[in-house]
Design a protein around this ligand. Structure first.
Ligand code: SF4
Ligand code: MG
Length: 327
């Protein structure tokens, strides 16, 4: 498998009234063809901003990609102009979000919205696009496709809308699908169906998926490779089985402890004690030190580098450095 997407030392910063927020701070990750890479972390970890950076969707004067490289099929997307990016979005790289409603136009029918990329990117005639659209609606598991074709978004359930978003996303046969919390707003049973659907299309088309989630159940089900982010940085990464069986970073261990159990009441969930630091008050240190039971002196004054700590597994934590120095 070759690398389809290579993110190298990405930095995406936001200028705020209080100062610069380094939402993504020196993040590198690779997605190979046919592979599902999950970025997992709490809200504010920079996982969505990483995805938006890839799509060229960091806009406005406040936010900007301040450094690094985002190579897709060997070309640096950061050098692309708006129209080059638009040509790639939807065709080669597609994206689905948590709230399908926010990505759909409420005054256009489902059919119109599905036909649009087919006409624009695939250069299909209206008639061909309509036939293909009905086939796509059917393919994502919605019955009565002809009737749905003429429906408006508000007439469909959340689960159906997410299926429609997937239909739009796969309509042009993208090589990479970026899915940002695609099942977070859905019921558990619908979540499982949506994940099944994503897996099906991934296998069918050898598509790669960059999946962003805070849900370790989703990671366990979907990921080949996992990247754990905390406050804009990668703190651990590795193959899913190794990472779950043998998490190395104290933060990953905490996340795995807090894995929700179906039907367990929300208040009873374990959550890592303490709070994510204020992004405007960060200084050189391990950003997890206030919440870490293993915190040492060095953790408060120096950022740990991301290093291989077990076969195929990397972590950014001074514990491993200390252990290595002791031998
Ligand atoms: Fe804990 Fe120190 Fe490792 Fe940070 S570097 S996770 S504070 S032991
Ligand atoms: Mg997010």
């Amino acid at each position: 498998m070759s690398d389809l997407l290579e993110i190298e030392h990405l930095r995406t910063y936001f200028q705020t009234e209080g100062g610069v927020v380094k939402a993504v701070d020196d993040v590198s990750l690779h997605v190979r063809q046919g592979e599902t890479v999950c970025i997992v972390g709490e809200s504010g970890s920079g996982k969505s901003i990483t995805a938006l950076s890839v799509m060229g969707l960091i806009e406005g004067p406040a936010g900007k990609v301040a450094g690094g490289k985002i190579s897709f099929q060997g070309e640096n997307l950061l050098n692309f102009n708006k129209s080059q990016l638009r040509a790639i979005r939807g065709k080669e790289i597609a994206m689905i979000f948590q709230e399908p409603m926010s990505s759909l136009n409420p005054v256009l029918t489902i059919g119109q919205q599905l036909m649009e990329p087919l006409i624009e990117h695939q250069k299909l005639s209206r008639k061909q696009a309509k036939e293909r659209t009905i086939a796509l609606i059917d393919k994502v598991g919605i019955s009565r496709a002809e009737q749905i074709f003429g429906s408006y978004p508000h007439e469909l359930s959340g689960g159906m809308l997410q299926r429609i978003m997937i239909a739009i996303a796969i309509s042009c046969g993208p090589k990479l699908l970026i899915a940002d919390e695609p099942t977070t707003a859905l019921d558990v049973t619908i979540q499982a169906q949506i994940l099944d659907l994503l897996r099906l299309f991934k296998d069918e088309a050898q598509m790669s998926i960059l999946l962003i989630t805070h849900d370790l159940g989703v990671v366990a089900e979907m990921a080949d490779y996992v990247v754990v982010m905390y406050v804009g940085k990668v703190v651990e990464e590795g193959e899913v089985v190794e990472l779950f069986q043998n998490p190395q970073h104290p933060y990953t261990r905490g996340l795995l402890k807090s894995k929700p159990v179906i039907n367990q009441r929300l208040e009873e969930l374990y959550s890592i004690p303490g709070q994510v630091p204020n992004p405007l008050e960060l200084r050189e240190s391990c950003y997890f030190h206030d919440r870490c039971e293993h915190c040492m002196d060095i953790c408060r004054i120096k950022s740990p580098p991301l290093k291989e700590v077990a076969k195929g597994q990397k972590a950014a934590c001074w514990l491993y450095e200390e252990a290595m120095n002791r031998v």
